[in-house]
Design a binder for this molecule. Structure first.
Ligand SMILES: C=C(OP(=O)(O)O)C(=O)O
Ligand SMILES: [Mg+2]
Length: 556
């Protein structure tokens, strides 16, 4: 394998550490037959694995505490269910291997649960996790999910889903490398939220041996395998230099001639607020509320839980602007209790606002909780809907906000080309736009944001995407309303200048990117940004657009 691998750098910084692989879902064990004489030994193996997994789940529960503990304890009990164990032993007695017997016994139990009413059906995913753990242990392969380690590591995975990462310990993950995923995948978003370097769409990532020391450069997209001590020292020195240069820039976002571009943070909940405040965010431009809903995929969180979480975020930005996005469920953010039946193409199906309009009680619940959370606070609360296609959608959302009695500006995300093309019509119903360039790229180029093979088309430098941004920004200017960017495009410092030149009025990104964007904006005038924007739009490819903008901004 080459000493240096190349992918797409999606979260700045350099980190050096040992590789730990994300355990993949367990494959189906082969249905091999064992001799009768081997049965007692296989039964003992099964019992021991079940016990070890149950102990491990309880131990993790003790460490985690709170709601996570209750979930992990319930899983430990599932693993030790006596009827399940009896079924495993019966299957071994008639010739199954221990792993196959566990697999089949759990399948039978799973079918029972799935048909036993909504609450138990919702536990199927937990049961599958228990089964995967026991089977993995019996087969001697890594445990599914985030690896256990008491030392910090570089997490390598095929790709990461929000549910995989909900339990990640940010103190242990030095950086991410994924084989799949593009610049807008969840791996990339999460890495930026945690402020750790990340490289995605890296061919061969999954073949890097466990324990290999790697140097991950999230700015250039390179991953060096087993770097020498000299190489490690050089990389560390370079990273330190970059960090010091960034820390020198402070204050609100503005171009060198004083044109203000508020720099806001993307957050997933109260846990991200400290980093946002620390980075000098002037508010929140995107509060992704999905993360609140991930703990229990069978129902919406209680009003009380929602109010507490929203209020913690709102209180962190007194007098600031906080833009909350109502639940964006579906496609890449699945939630069992809101999923429509089988859809051939979920990204084009019922998701985002469409899901909420099918479940008005969930939308009303969220809006009411937001109204309560903001009571008595001086914050400028704004609320926006994801996946809005047209004026009809925008009107439905604005009406829902009014009927919840919410004292907040209502806006929409521009993530579907139709909304960008007809932004003036959409703006007749709402007070602001926020460009979700991740989905906007996905839908403009018909390129799934989770598929590494099409990451070329996910590149937000694509001139067609810039045209759509310009169209939305022009419409907002004509209507005297604001139009920010909260997709990952805003986190690319050079592109942030271009977006400013295209007329967007604020930039929202993972907290770790704010210093980079602040520093570059402060070096250029608005007129330079505008020239860079038109040079980029005149190009015919993402690469040419970037080079053209670079040339203008470096004064060539
Ligand atoms: C900000 C966006 O939303 P998400 O990444 O959560 O889909 C987007 O699509 O650009
Ligand atoms: Mg989106």
């Amino acid at each position: 394998m080459d000493a240096t691998l190349r992918g797409v750098g999606v979260s700045h910084g350099v980190v050096i550490g040992e590789v730990r692989h994300m355990g993949t879902a367990v494959l189906e064990p082969p249905a091999a037959q064992i001799a009768e004489s081997e049965a007692p030994r296989e039964q003992q193996r099964a019992r021991k694995s079940v016990e070890a997994v149950a102990n491990d789940l309880s131990a993790r529960g003790n460490l985690a505490g709170g709601e996570a503990q209750a979930v992990l304890e319930a899983q430990a009990m599932m693993a030790q269910d006596p009827e399940l164990m009896a079924d495993v032993e019966r299957r071994i007695a008639v010739g199954s291997t221990a792993e196959r017997a566990v697999y089949d016994a759990f399948a039978a139990y799973r079918a029972l649960l799935a048909g036993a009413g909504e609450y138990l059906a919702g536990r199927v995913a937990d049961l599958d996790d228990v089964r995967n753990r026991i089977v993995a242990r019996l087969m001697g392969v890594p445990m599914p999910g985030v690896p256990d380690s008491d030392r910090p590591f570089v997490l390598v995975a095929r790709d990461l889903a929000p549910a995989d990462t909900a339990l990640l310990d940010p103190g242990l993950v030095l950086g991410f490398v994924t084989e799949e995923g593009g610049p807008t995948s969840h791996s990339a978003i999460l890495a930026r939220a945690l402020g750790v370097p990340a490289v995605v769409a890296l061919p061969g990532a999954c073949e890097v041996e466990e324990g290999t020391v790697v140097a991950v450069d999230g700015s250039t997209g390179t991953v060096s395998l087993s770097p020498s001590a000299d190489e490690q020292a050089a990389l560390r020195a370079e990273a330190e230099e970059r960090k010091a240069a960034l820390e020198a820039a402070r204050g609100p976002g503005a171009t060198s001639d004083g044109y203000k571009v508020p720099l806001l943070a993307n957050v997933g909940g109260p846990g991200d607020v400290a980093a946002a405040v620390e980075a000098g965010a002037e508010g929140v431009g995107l509060f992704r509320t999905e993360f609140l809903f991930l703990d229990d995929s069978t129902k919406a969180p209680s009003e009380e839980k929602q109010v507490t979480a929203y209020r913690q975020v709102l209180e962190a930005f007194p007098e600031g602007r906080v833009v909350v996005r109502v639940l964006d469920a579906g496609a890449d953010k699945p939630l069992d209790f809101l999923m429509p039946g089988d859809e051939p193409n979920p990204a084009l199906g019922v998701r985002g606002l469409r899901t909420l309009l099918d479940h008005p009680e969930v939308l009303q619940g969220q809006l009411t909780a937001l109204a309560k959370a903001a009571e008595g606070l001086p914050v400028h609360l704004e609320v926006m809907a994801p996946m809005v296609a047209d004026r009809v959608d925008a009107r439905a959302f604005a009406e829902a906000c009014r009927s919840a009695g919410l004292q907040a500006k209502a806006g929409v995300m521009v993530e579907i080309p139709s909304a960008a093309l007809r932004a003036r019509s959409v703006l007749q119903e709402v007070e602001f736009l926020s460009l979700g360039t991740n989905d906007l790229a996905q839908y403009t180029f018909a390129a799934d944001r989770q598929v590494g093979a099409v990451s070329r088309l996910q590149d937000p430098w694509q001139p067609a995407l810039l045209d759509l941004v310009a169209s939305a920004a022009d419409a907002a200017r004509a209507e005297g309303k604001s139009c920010g960017v909260c997709g990952e495009a805003a986190a690319d410092p050079l592109l942030a200048c271009v977006l400013t030149g295209l007329g967007v009025t604020s930039l929202s990104m993972g907290a770790a990117s704010i210093p980079y964007v602040r520093a570059i904006l402060a070096k250029h005038t608005l007129a330079q940004c505008e020239r860079a924007a038109s040079a980029a739009r005149s190009a015919d490819s993402a690469q040419e657009a970037k080079l053209a903008a670079q040339a203008v901004l470096s004064g060539e």
